[in-house]
Design a protein around this ligand. Sequence first.
Ligand code: C5P
Length: 329
Amino acid sequence: RRERSAAGNASIKLIVLIWLTLQNSVHTLLLRYSRARDVPEMFFSSVAVFFTEIAKIIICLYMVMIEEHGIFGCIDAIKKQLLGQPWDTLKVCIPAMLYTIQNNLFYLAASHLEAATFMIVSQLKIFATALFSVILLQRYLAKAQWFSLAVLFIGVSLVQLQTGGGSKKLSGDENPVIGFTAACVACAISGFAGVYFEKILKGSAPVSIWMRNVQMGVFSIPASFAAVMIQDGSAIASKGFLYGFDFVVWATVLWYGIGGLSVAVCIKYADNIAKNFATSVAIILATVGSIHLFGFAPNLLFTVGASLVIFSIFLYSSSAAFLKCFGSG
Ligand code: C5P
């Protein structure tokens, strides 16, 4: 029976990873489409992030309602979890705040770095995630696995050079040192927040991911609203909160929210390192999709990069299987 449950877990893990890969690919294409369109009114990205948080909490409340068999059960469970255990709620506040800071730092970095540099530096989160998995979760990574992460980093960077290179050049107001520092800190935060959330989810308290995300929303909604006011407050005062919002932007917001929750599900059933592999493959799939949708021509850089990413997955998972069989950790 144990063997059957292990096989069941492995297939859930695989399904979740494939879902995240497809979800992320469509998300990247949607984002590219929403930016590439020739629209006179460009929406505020901070407002989009705020509505993403709202979308996530609505979905999670609905899921808690299903879990608790109705609206009254849902209200009871939330009261018990949020108000009855303030320390536990405060614990969840840490990744919620960190994710908000991370989102804004990536935004800052993107405006101070060339697109290609930004994309490559932001892949450093692959190493941050692995490092924090070792430190906080006492996970053992064999040398071959560290090597495969380096291969993944190089591969995904090459793929991104093909898609993002040259689309934004520095104009003079930008400060690459600020951009580089912001991106590095954001990567460290991304690694830490993800692994910390994994520790909470897989810890002893039997709290569902939906309830955990409701707890996170309590902090991230006000925090993202504050970010809207700080970043775009004065422009919003003249143009309006929903400036530039149309069907495509709403669809992107909803899909981004589903993406955040897919990350949470992936962290629960697989782990943060596997999540980074899935999102890297998504970058390749999105590029392949762009060939058809936006007429991208894949070059040698893309082919080499994509091959390296696929190779790194085999290397990582075969060394994991090797460790499991002949276990040194
Ligand atoms: O780049 P990274 O993998 O760190 O991004 C994770 C994303 O997933 C963030 O945008 C975060 O808001 C979202 N997330 C979420 N709920 C979780 C964990 C992550 O919405 N429980």
